[in-house]
Design a protein around this ligand. Sequence first.
Ligand code: GLU
Length: 417
Amino acid sequence: MAEEYSAFDQAQREFDKVADMMELDPSFRAVLREPSRALLVNVPVRMDDGSIKTYPGYRVQHNTACGPAKGGVRYALDVNLDEVKALSMWMTWKCSLAGIPYGGGKGGIEVDVHDLSNMELERLSRRYFSEIQAIIGPNKDIPAPDMNTDGQVMAWFMDSYSMNTGHTTLGVVTGKPLSLGGSEGRHEATGRGVAISALNAMKKKEIDPKGATVVVQGFGNVGYWAAVILHEAGCRIIGLSDYYGGIYNADGLNPADAKERAMCEEDSVCNLLPGKKISNDELLALECDVLCPCALQNQLTKENAVNVKTKIISEGANGPTTLEADQIFNDKGILVIPDFLANAGGVIVSYFEWVQGLQFFFWDEDEVNKKLAQLMNRNMDRVYDLAVEKKISMRDAAYWFAIDRVAKATKWRGIYP
Ligand code: GLU
């Protein structure tokens, strides 16, 4: 019988695998494999009809050796402590690998946002943030958007914190609206990072981006921007897909022609763009130079990995490739850019937003995009070089790099007292 692992078991297994390879000192291993702090809150909300409902909420800080905790807050019915612990641990590795001065954190509320009016959502958000405020702050822990939270929720968070402390504090959250201390380029940042990583990999594989064939699975914010930026770089986007199905066109598609689909999800990309309608399985099996899985987790599995005919995979989604599929891709010589390397653009521009907010000095979009490209390319080069040097997969090399930095920071700081 197949064993069932929880998200946090999975996060620890991934960590243990690379900690073994690195021969990590057992005392650091014990520190790094558990979150350093987890806060559970019970959030009471007065509903529009006058009744009171309560919602369980969480904020977990996995590690703060490299700086304040950083990571999103998600609103979803299936959020639980185990998942938030796992997500906070993955944020530690993502920030460490990105080379930005943060540890990892994550938060969540067990709620179906569709059940709430806008006013109820505002009261829930403000009360949750006040409940976790003891461990939050621009130098302590800086939340951001995640599933079902957006710039409006970040504005309520920021305002609640500012009202409670008596002064406006822009640096307490990132992903804020532009008119409220948000950063230029934040909205597109994750997709842009996926595209930058793919372009970097093309260079390593000596593939000319002009005319290179690209398939993007998923047409949300990440997939849309990855496709647009690769299209602008001269690539031929031959396959796109969304929740409803996929579309194939050997002559190339212009993703920007289906912008309304990406923005409001009203019509399928298959109906908005010209081409042959295909299934999700057919899309993933298209012969191409670059495949960007930007939809959900567990899309590339041991069942369909054998059919994949690409040279590069740039993972926009979290966990789109199972460990078995990853092994198959490595055996086939496909260059896989793992999720926490390829999709770090969001948290990197969050870092830029935080820096700008702390200085009350804001940069233009070109400057943000230039700095994002510099960091993404540096990180990709480092991981690639380590993978080649140690003869390991890109995913293991990324973990190695990330864990090593946090372990070194912990060693330098020592254990207090
Ligand atoms: N929720 C996003 C992530 O998981 C963004 C986190 C952030 O910007 O702090 O990467």
